[in-house]
Design a protein around this ligand. Structure first.
Ligand code: SAM
Length: 210
């Protein structure tokens, strides 16, 4: 069966790939089929890593993930714009970015919407330092970075939008997290969550070091 699906995936034109992604988003592709497709994709990535140049690998990844983008940078900006669109962010909103990483989302919102104020929280000092350097370089005065553990941090502020992107995987106590998050939201605020998920299993992040 794996061989068959390999050929099917290989032979898909852009239109069919777009339809496949649409079906995936709607949860209409059976798990067994997803497993085979993923195996085929991962195998191919291993082949590219061994054989192709960095540019060729990037082109192949783009082919898979963002068929309208020309470069990985374009694809990333398209994805960040999509987050903003789906979170319905408007210029002037107070935005909280929980678990902000190296600030891709916070910096993008601050650049795109100069009247937004973005508060970003991370528990890693080098991430805070990096984002602050970026703010200085890019003359962004509308970003504040807080170094704290979300699970114990308290603040008396409310936000129009709360962004939680690839962070839920790091947490175990969802109830506590959602209770805290709801206190930081205005009555008409919206929570945007991007979460790796599976119908029956949790995608759990395990740190192998600090
Ligand atoms: C996978 S990264 C996602 C980063 C960012 N949201 C993005 O999409 O680029 C997870 C982030 O959550 C942060 N994080 C995880 N647990 C946290 C906690 N308890 N308190 C604060 N930050 C936390 C990590 O430090 C990291 O910045």
């Amino acid at each position: 069966m794996a061989d068959k699906v390999d050929h099917v995936v290989e032979a898909l034109d852009r239109n069919s790939k777009a339809k496949l992604w649409e079906k995936l988003e709607l949860g209409l592709v059976p798990d067994e089929e997803i497993k085979v497709i993923m195996r085929s994709v991962v195998e191919k990535r291993h082949q590219w890593i061994n054989k192709l140049s960095c540019q060729q690998q990037q082109a192949q990844i783009l082919e898979l993930v963002q068929y309208e983008s020309v470069t990985l940078d374009d694809a990333e900006i398209a994805m960040l714009d999509l987050y903003c669109e789906r979170a319905q962010i408007s210029d002037g909103h107070k935005v909280l970015d929980l678990g902000c990483g190296y600030g891709a989302v916070a910096l993008h919102i601050a650049r795109k919407h100069p009247h937004c104020h973005v508060t970003a929280i991370t528990d890693i000092a080098s991430q805070k330092q990096f984002i602050e350097e970026q703010c200085r370089e890019q003359n962004l005065a509308n970003v504040e970075i807080i170094l704290a553990d979300i699970t114990t941090y308290e603040m008396d502020k409310e936000f129009d939008r709360v962004m939680v992107i690839s962070v839920i995987e790091h947490l175990k106590n969802y109830e506590l997290f959602l209770r805290k998050t709801s206190k930081w939201m205005k009555a008409d605020g919206l929570l945007f969550v991007e979460h790796w998920c599976h119908r029956s299993l949790a995608y759990e992040f395990k740190a192998s070091s600090n």
